[in-house]
Design a protein around this ligand. Sequence first.
Ligand SMILES: Cc1ncc(COP(=O)(O)OP(=O)(O)O)c(N)n1
Ligand code: TZP
Ligand code: MG
Length: 215
Amino acid sequence: MTFSLTQGGLYAITDSRCLSGTSLEQEVEDALQGGCTLIQYRDKSSDHAKRSQQAQALLKLCHSVGACLLINDDWRLAADIGAHGVHLGQQDEQLEIARRELGNQAIIGITCHDQLSLAVEAQQQGADYVAFGAFYPSSSKPNARPAPLSLLNKAQQSLQLPVVAIGGITLQRAPELWQQGADWLAVINDIFARQNIAEHCRSYLACRQPLRDQR
Ligand SMILES: Cc1ncc(COP(=O)(O)OP(=O)(O)O)c(N)n1
Ligand SMILES: Cc1ncsc1CCOP(=O)(O)O
Ligand SMILES: [Mg+2]
């Protein structure tokens, strides 16, 4: 597999708990087997040793299939372990600092909530993708600000970057998000809280295929 950010697809974000009852590594291995090409390691705990060890294990898995591992919030951890990049929120450290420290090859994604203007700014500052949401209520981040579906289409029209949708995404909701113009669907619960992770991921990607064939 050759990873391509512009190709879009399914973006699996880990939870700090193991949701499926197996192990974090097994969960990610299953998601990769199901066709996820972009993984985000997201653990808000302050235990650096654990985070570093887990992120390195996930990076090894991603390397083995040519997928991409981003680290949430923490560009230092990304730099330490040689991850592919980082996802930064509006409250996190600045894009310019992360870019300077990680270099031009790194992938840097930016949270833009429900605001196109934040995405335009992120694009000007050299982001590689922008993420909007939450499109639906999310049990993983209950206080996430809601974003309207119509934003995806507007973002596609006005940006030259891949657009990521996040927040409460399920397989049933996936078709409308792909249709509205999301390039990537970023999902925690509806991937990792499943017993059949690989199969479920394949179903997400299968419902995108007819749209891709049309374009
Ligand atoms: C792909 C993607 N989009 C949005 C977020 C949220 O980032 P942020 O607003 O910094 O919130 P936390 O994830 O840090 O709680 C994300 N992580 N990934
Ligand atoms: C990190 C984040 N940012 C906005 S919603 C969200 C959580 C997404 O998780 P889920 O797919 O379980 O709703
Ligand atoms: Mg953050």
